[in-house]
Design a protein around this ligand. Structure first.
Ligand SMILES: [Zn+2]
Length: 316
């Protein structure tokens, strides 16, 4: 009997009180020998199952409707994507080997972020094991980002009047330039970006609030900046939903970033962003965004840590 109770407690401890949005389309995209490790999506999915997530915890998104994508992206750009008629310079900017299946990849990520946002509004929190393609502009793609999933999700919820005010908390190491451009001069969407200055994108856009770090900066500086704005920003702006881009690339062993954050520092980052949102009862959508550690397992660990932190906070 004792063993049975112990097993039951273990099961209860491991239960996730929120949904995951995930598609096998995410890891099947063939990028060749590319720094973007799409296999991280599959590895995270498998780890979550091992950690006690049930298959019922997962929702599988479909491709976003074109009509919804057009809330952010131009007709001309969409046509180019559908016909594969990107110019050489457009492909260089996108930094992906264009092929039609990548449009499907991008569209499912958009569908996934919208689905996760809807679930977050219902249940307080949802995790998109994908998304965060924040370098995509209305009329072109950049830096591995073809379509801006978060921007489309925000615009769709606004159009449906599900929310009046949304906040995007972008903690990927790269500035959320595409997202900032989409929502520049908008009062109904607050964009916060905490990023490294001396890396891509060379030309930064203006978010509602930008905080820049420099190569070599570590946990202490990062967390003190974050704590000086959270939870104050939540209290001042009063968003009805938060999209949290929990990029794994501020990590000290990332190939594309130069910050020196440790895994412990990144855990504390997640706690600062998530704890106060929960206390203030603001629904949160977590998105993975970037992560290019030399060892892909580090990227996977960092993303899983974010999810475990969310699990602990949601259970309180
Ligand atoms: Zn990034």
């Amino acid at each position: 009997m004792i063993d049975l109770f112990r097993l039951l407690r273990l099961f209860q401890r491991n239960k996730f009180p929120f949904k995951f949005v995930y598609s096998d389309v995410y890891w099947m995209a063939d990028l060749g020998n590319h720094v973007f490790p799409v296999k991280k999506y599959r590895l995270i999915y498998r780890n979550l199952l091992i950690s006690g997530a049930h298959k019922d915890n997962f929702l599988s998104p479909g491709q976003a409707d074109e009509e919804d994508i057009r809330l952010v992206h131009t007709e001309k750009y969409l046509k180019k994507l559908k016909t594969g008629k990107l110019s050489h310079s457009e492909m260089m900017k996108l930094e992906l080997p264009y092929k039609p299946e990548l449009l499907k990849f991008a569209r499912v990520h958009v569908g996934g972020s919208l689905l996760a946002a809807r679930r977050a509004l219902r249940e307080g929190l949802a995790v998109h094991v994908g998304g965060g393609f924040h370098h995509a502009y209305p009329d072109h793609g950049e830096g591995f980002c073809m379509l801006n999933d978060v921007a489309v999700a925000v615009e769709k919820l606004r159009q449906e009047e599900k929310v009046q005010k949304a906040m995007i908390v972008d903690c990927d190491v790269h500035q959320g330039n595409g997202t900032a451009a989409v929502f520049s001069n908008r009062k109904d969407v607050f964009t916060f970006s905490l990023h490294q200055m001396d890396i891509y994108p060379a030309r930064k856009e203006t978010s509602s609030l930008d905080k820049g770090m420099w190569s070599g900066d570590g946990d202490e500086k990062y967390l003190s900046i974050l704590r000086s704005h959270f939870p104050d920003l939540y209290k001042q702006y009063k968003p009805e939903i938060v999209f949290y881009l929990a990029g794994a690339d501020p990590y000290e062993r990332d190939q594309l970033g130069g910050l020196k954050l440790t895994k412990e520092g990144l855990k504390e980052r997640d706690r600062v962003v998530l704890r106060e949102a929960k206390n203030l009862q603001i629904p949160v959508v977590i998105l993975l965004a970037g992560g290019y550690a030399y060892d892909v397992q580090d990227t996977v660990d960092i993303h899983l840590n974010t999810i475990k932190t969310a699990q602990k906070i949601q259970k309180k």
